[in-house]
Each structure stands twice: as C-alpha cells, then as structure tokens.
Design a protein around this ligand. Sequence first.
Ligand SMILES: C[S@@+](CC[C@H](N)C(=O)[O-])C[C@H]1O[C@@H](n2cnc3c(N)ncnc32)[C@H](O)[C@@H]1O
Length: 234
Amino acid sequence: MQPEPLDTVINMQDNDTSLGSADVRDYFKRTAVTFDDLYGDDQQAKTLFNQIFRKAIYWRFDLTFEALKDGDGKRYLDIGCGSGRHATLLAERGAHVTGVDFSDEMLELARQYAKSRDVSARTDFQLGQFFEWAKRKRKKYDAAYALGVLDYIDDSVGFLSEMSRLSDQVIVAWPTPSFPRSQLRTWRYKRQGCPVYFYNKKNIEDIHASAGLKIERIHPLGDASIWTSATKAA
Ligand SMILES: C[S@@+](CC[C@H](N)C(=O)[O-])C[C@H]1O[C@@H](n2cnc3c(N)ncnc32)[C@H](O)[C@@H]1O
C-alpha cells in the first residue's frame, strides 16, 4: 500500500454518516479502563512499552504542563478529560480544573484518581458532549486544552471556535497522518465503529485561521502528532 500525499489525508473515516459522536462515546465507554492503563503506575512492562511506542501521549502531557506552569489559582478547562490524569496533576499544582467528557466511565476513573491524590476540591468533572456542554457556558478559563480528542472530532473549526470563546489560550494535540501508523489506526478503530481524523501542518494552520486563532507555539511530537498553543488572532 502506498502512503497517501499528506495534503489529502485529513479525514480518514468511512463516509458512512452513521459514524457520529455517539460511536465515539460508545467506544470510550467500552475502553475507559484500557485507556487509563496507558498511564498505569503498576504495570511497569506495559508502561515502558507505551513510553516507547506511544511517547507522544507523554510528550503532549509534558508540553501542556510546561505551558501552564503558573498553575496556582488558575482555572483550566480540560476537554475530553478522559480518566483525569492531566486535570489531577494540574490541580496538584494549585489550579482549578474543570474536566468535561461524554464517557461517564472515564469520569468515574477521573474522580477516583483526583480523590486518590487528594485534589477532589480543585477538580470538577462534568458529563457532556463538548459542543452541547459549551452552549450553556459563558465562563472564561485561563486556558482550555484538548489532548487526544481532535482525533475524534468531525468539526475541528467549530471545536476550536468554541474553545476560543471559552478561553484566550487554546492548547491542542493533533494526530498527524503517517504511513503505516495512521492507516493501521484507522482500520483498528473502524473495526470498533469509531471514526478517526488526522491533520497535517497545513490543515492545522488553516483550522486555526478559520477559528480566528493565531498559533503561538507549534511542536511536532515525532511522526504521530503535533502540539499547538494558540491565542485569539488580533
Ligand atoms: C483518547 S481520550 C483522551 C483523554 C485525555 N485527554 C488524555 O489525554 O488522557 C479521548 C477522550 O475524549 C472524549 N471525547 C471525545 N469526543 C468528545 C466530545 N465531543 N465531547 C466530550 N468528550 C469527548 C472521550 O470520551 C475520551 O475520554
């Protein structure tokens, strides 16, 4: 199989319109515990495997922490917070973090983890589909971030526009197309009914521009993803 030219590989999901966010939600309801194992403290061998082969997950985590290093007293929004690992660590630094996710199984893990680290009072995990949830929010956050989420979003411009309405700083990790990794991932997820999207650098720049955002920092994470931090365009 030949790799596709990067410019044409943005949306690798099947054109089947039944593949919507309900499929993504069902996928993450089924796989919450397996996903959280990626961060597992007690599975050294597996964690080592993930640190080597899925290092972008740890990398995006580190870049986000560095960008949000003045955590004390800040209010952050973690979109698609999953099992709450980032939210809890930022709360340990003194930030107040609101996490939103549409998988209640993920949120249960997030609440347990925050409790185990004694930061329940500085975290608030809310159930919601981001677009629906955001409609009811006016509150401004010091930063909004979405890590490992744009992979599953069919309206990336709308998503970033909503992020930017809620915060002046918008941090996102974008999965990039790379052969054969993205083809294999698309195939693996499609078998489970979950669509996956990929973005090259130009796509990412265009999406920011369309959402009225200016990229302040862009960082490739190997060949698997790109991390960006953006603010409102003047
Ligand atoms: C791969 S996980 C990443 C979790 C976390 N951000 C991390 O990096 O550990 C993606 C999460 O996004 C959530 N998600 C995806 N699309 C969403 C949407 N439209 N609204 C709310 N949550 C969503 C899923 O339920 C899942 O928990």
